[in-house]
Design a protein around this ligand. Structure first.
Ligand code: FAD
Length: 563
């Protein structure tokens, strides 16, 4: 076993420590010097010597050995090598990776009920109130669309217009799946010997976390390294009635009653996706937005998505904000909102869903007890290679400042961190070229730079934009609107026309973009893309057929399907 495997992280020696030369030095074990800090630890060292063979058999962290100034330290002062606050995407990925490298790991996870009282199991946002239930509801909406199309392909159905969603059945199916995932995660943690505490954690000091259980019992846990992976929760506006009557994405996937006529406040990706599936399920949906929709993403493509949603019946109210919500006698919600000219408007809804952004749960950690600094405006954590300003405290996932808030980002960063802490790895997380998809009815997938960002960074003269509209074969028979199916490539004009960004609006956008994201990682160029043979007839092949640049002024509308 290599000595490097035993390194948790460099740390100052414990005061009063005595360096000890291990008499059991051997070829296979490089831990030739061990320092013990206290008499208790010395006793422990004696037994350690006696069990030296065992030490060799158990590769690292039994006891954890820490390298400092070229020497190794036996450290018995902490219960865990890694204590993780937050059992979501990032925390669980780090936990599983770390135990695989023989670290002693504990995870604390606790869900504070939403203002409506919704709560859920282990696994974090993605599993319970994020990606997974969202994708299932999106799928339910797509199936509804498919039922209507099926008749045009010859399926003999009862009048498709009479086909309706049963919210109760949908919600139950989605929640059953979520609960099965909660169960699998718990079993996996138990099998892998990750200790799990259903407790709300906060710092006592930089190495100590107090976990408070639902019953109010306190658990004091110490660890050499602490990982913050607490994610965030939806924000509510400070207006009358918001907390009493509003809901958020935390509630919608388990809502006991059908949402009915819904007002969504906020046009970020969560607002748009919820609007998309609710509209697809047959509910009347309105979005109120104050600012530009999805700033940061390619605006041409975002506008196509919005146009498509409007065409499908989602109402958009721009530059407006809600003022108050009151409950009428019939139980419905009367919403007042104010437009950009200060004029007040009103309408009645069955559901008001806030999607105005998320607040990270770092204040609750009592970061000051550990000396941990937060970014003042957002409460997020600024970290270099996931290491915070406190050297033994790390952070991954949504809590990180200026990092994409996506599950695979949290997972990847968590895994790489565990490998650096407990394995030999030096690999760090690359936060560039992260692909993502907006699961709007007509999906938008992208990777890399938007047209706006590329121009801002490199200058208009240095950027070539390729674009094309296309007709998915499967849209012809049901005569679906193809006007907004569009692909776009952002490339450099020099450097062999290296591709900086790829954008796709159309069916299965996530599936399409995933492969191209790998190609961009490999340094994809326009000539390489043009020499790639497409798979026909697919929508992804449109990227291999693209040749019209914006600069040329040629019409990017499709001429035929197979030329
Ligand atoms: P989380 O997964 O949020 O986990 C944090 C956990 O820590 C939670 O269980 C929380 O309750 C717990 N916790 C918080 N404070 C404490 C404490 N003090 N003590 C103990 N436990 C605590 N991402 C995608 O990649 N694709 C998608 O399609 C997608 N869709 C989404 C849809 C919605 C509606 C939402 C809300 C999010 C979506 N996301 C999506 C984002 C994704 O869910 C997050 O980026 C991801 O879950 C972040 O992981 P995390 O580990 O940082 O935190």
């Amino acid at each position: 076993m290599s000595s490097e495997k035993r390194i948790a992280q460099p740390e100052a020696p414990i005061p009063g420590a005595v360096r000890y030369d291990c008499p059991h030095m051997s070829q296979s074990c490089n831990c030739n010097r061990i320092i013990m800090a206290t008499l208790t630890m010395f006793t422990r060292l004696v037994s350690l010597q006696g069990a030296h063979t065992r030490l060799l058999e158990l590769p690292c962290n039994d006891p954890p050995l820490v390298k400092y100034d070229g020497f190794f330290y036996a450290d018995q002062s902490y219960t865990y090598d890694l204590l993780i606050i937050g059992g979501g995407s990032g925390g669980l990925a780090a936990a599983k990776e770390a135990v695989g490298l023989n670290a002693k790991v504990a995870v604390l996870d606790y869900v504070t009920p939403s203002p409506l009282g919704t709560t859920w199991g282990l696994g974090g946002t993605c599993v319970n109130v994020g990606c997974i239930p969202k994708k299932l509801m999106h799928q339910a909406a797509l199936l509804g669309e498919a039922i209507h199309e099926a008749a045009t392909f010859g399926w003999q159905l009862p009048d498709p217009k009479t086909v309706k969603i049963n919210w109760e059945l949908l919600k139950t199916a989605v929640q059953n799946h979520v609960k099965s995932v909660n169960w699998v995660i718990r079993v996996e943690l138990r099998t892998k010997k990750v200790e799990y505490f259903n407790a709300l954690g906060h710092f006592k000091d930089a190495h100590t976390v107090i976990g408070v259980t639902k019953k109010g019992e306190e658990k004091i846990l110490t660890a050499r390294n602490i990982l913050i992976a607490v994610g965030g929760r939806p924000r509510y506006p400070d207006i009358p009635g918001a907390l009493e009557y509003g809901i958020s994405s935390d509630d919608i996937f388990s809502l006991e009653r059908a949402p009915g006529k819904t007002l969504i406040i906020g046009a970020g990706y969560i607002g748009l996706e919820c609007a998309g599936f609710l509209n697809g399920l047959g509910y009347d949906v309105t979005i109120i937005t104050r600012t530009i929709v999805l700033r940061g993403l390619d605006q041409q493509m975002v506008n196509l998505v919005i146009e498509e949603m409007e065409q499908r019946g989602v109402h958009f109210i721009y530059q407006a904000k809600p003022k108050k919500i009151t409950k009428q006698e019939d139980g419905r919600l009367l919403v007042d909102w104010v437009d950009k000219d200060g004029e007040i408007h009103q309408d009645v809804y069955d559901t008001v869903l806030f999607a105005i952004g998320r607040r990270v749960l770092t204040e609750e950690l009592k970061p000051e007890n550990a000396g941990l600094k937060l970014v003042s405006e957002t409460g997020k954590i600024e970290a270099i290679n996931e290491q915070t300003n406190v050297p033994n405290i790390y952070a991954v996932g949504d809590v990180l400042h200026k990092r994409p808030q996506l599950t695979p980002v949290a997972v990847h960063a968590g895994k790489l961190l565990a490998r650096r802490l407990f394995g030999n790895s030096t690999e760090t997380m690359d936060y560039t070229n992260i692909p993502t998809t907006l699961f709007s009815p007509l999906e938008y997938g992208c990777v890399g730079l938007s047209e706006e960002t590329a121009i801002m960074v490199h200058g208009e003269e240095q950027i070539e934009i390729y674009h094309a509209y296309y007709k998915p074969t499967e849209f012809f028979v049901p005569q679906k609107d193809v006007d907004r199916c569009c692909v776009k490539i952002v490339a450099l004009r020099y450097d062999d026309q290296r591709v900086l960004g790829m954008h796709f609006v159309g069916p299965n956008a996530g599936e399409v973009i995933q492969g191209f994201a790998a190609a961009i990682k490999c340094g994809l160029t326009i000539p390489k893309l043009k020499s790639t043979v497409g798979i026909h007839p697919t929508v992804a092949e449109e990227f291999t057929r693209i040749f019209i640049t914006k600069r040329s002024g040629l019409d990017p509308k499709p001429q035929s399907c197979c030329s």
